[in-house]
Design a protein around this ligand. Sequence first.
Ligand SMILES: Nc1nc2c(c(=O)[nH]1)N[C@H]1C(S)=C(S)[C@@H](COP(=O)(O)OP(=O)(O)OC[C@H]3O[C@@H](n4cnc5c(N)ncnc54)[C@H](O)[C@@H]3O)O[C@H]1N2
Ligand code: MOO
Length: 399
Amino acid sequence: MVACDTALRLIAECAKSAPLQSMRVPLAEAAGRIAAEDVRAVTARPEADISAMDGYAFDHAAMQAAPDGLPVAGQTAAGDMPLPLPAGQALGILTGARIPQGADCVMAKERMRLTQAGCVTPAKMLADQGANIRRAGEEFSKGDILLTRGTRLDWRHTALLACQGITDIAVVRPVRVAVVSNGAELAADASDARADSNSPMLAALLRETGAEVTLHSVPSDNEQKLSETLAQAWAEADVLVTTGGISVGQTDNVLDALSSLGAQTVFRGVTIRPGKPLTVMTKGNRKAFCLPGNPGASAICALVFLLPYLRVVMGASASAPMVPGVADFAFTPVAGTTHFIPVACHPEPQGWRLSMLPTVGASDIIVFSRASALLRVDPEAPVEPGQTRWVLPLQPTGI
Ligand SMILES: Nc1nc2c(c(=O)[nH]1)N[C@H]1C(S)=C(S)[C@@H](COP(=O)(O)OP(=O)(O)OC[C@H]3O[C@@H](n4cnc5c(N)ncnc54)[C@H](O)[C@@H]3O)O[C@H]1N2
Ligand code: MOO
């Protein structure tokens, strides 16, 4: 049995030794993956001085000195390469079009007046010199870092890369995770059959991190079958995740089976509630996370211990963003035990108010649908009402 922080440290050490592999994917497939390289700007943005308005570009001093306005030399649109502005003339310009050489001011069409003589003049006031011009490089310069290795890519980065004409990017190869459930109660024809809810739950949770998940089930308590499935599943995956069969019952054979396959124990059991039997084993570069069968315990162990491991192995930061809230309850942990409590987050003018939810404990599934975050409570830091505590959002998007 190890303490919660010791388990987290041992897992972090395991993650350090795992090799990171990358592959190139087209930009269209990048969202949801983790960048395996820093990306720098190929060009400044904007690449040149451009107009922020549909209107007219002109030389400010020339307009100031022309009480009857300036004749219009034509029009330029985004996509055109305008010729230098003829002295003493204005040019019609559309939003995004390059500013012609010789112009240093743009005024919006509706703020200009077209005279009978075909000149444009400010309807009221002349804008300041430089007005309505988006300067080259004002967003970023050529060579600037646009995103760093380890960034989880989403629609924001897709836009950024696309505007640079970047069509593919090196991303971290997804970690292959094999999830193995076991237990005679999972057989459809068992006299007291139970549904396997942990496998689909874990698959959904793990896929959110970008892992490639395969599911395996041993719907019996047969040691031989269990051992064969574990061996095969682990051989095809980087990480083995088992659920159930790790406590002290006669049919809890997972840990013995893995030991027989040559796995070494990193730790066996953690002083947490729920999730106490959580065990991590290793065989070469391959890790096995053995999660308890109780659904609530399985979910919490995955969120707190497994997901940070996968994030690091895939080059991202271990910790998911946490949010602060003010507890409206008191909670005193059992001595020597770190508790993980699903909490509801209520919006209040000052921020989130955290409240406890009714729960039956480690086997609870429905509490997670009612909760929005997970609160860690260490034995030396009981919760008092009014205290600010940081919680881990349960929804994939977090904040
Ligand atoms: N004598 C002791 N008994 C138990 C202890 C202990 O210290 N001494 N620890 C308890 C704790 S804490 C936990 S947690 C459980 C963990 O047991 P296992 O990991 O061996 O899980 P199982 O016994 O196989 O199953 C427990 C429970 O979960 C259900 N289950 C299992 N797999 C699934 C699945 N894929 N989907 C949904 N539900 C699943 C199973 O039917 C059982 O109800 O042990 C305590 N006992
Ligand atoms: O530790 Mo168990 O996970 O409470 O049911």
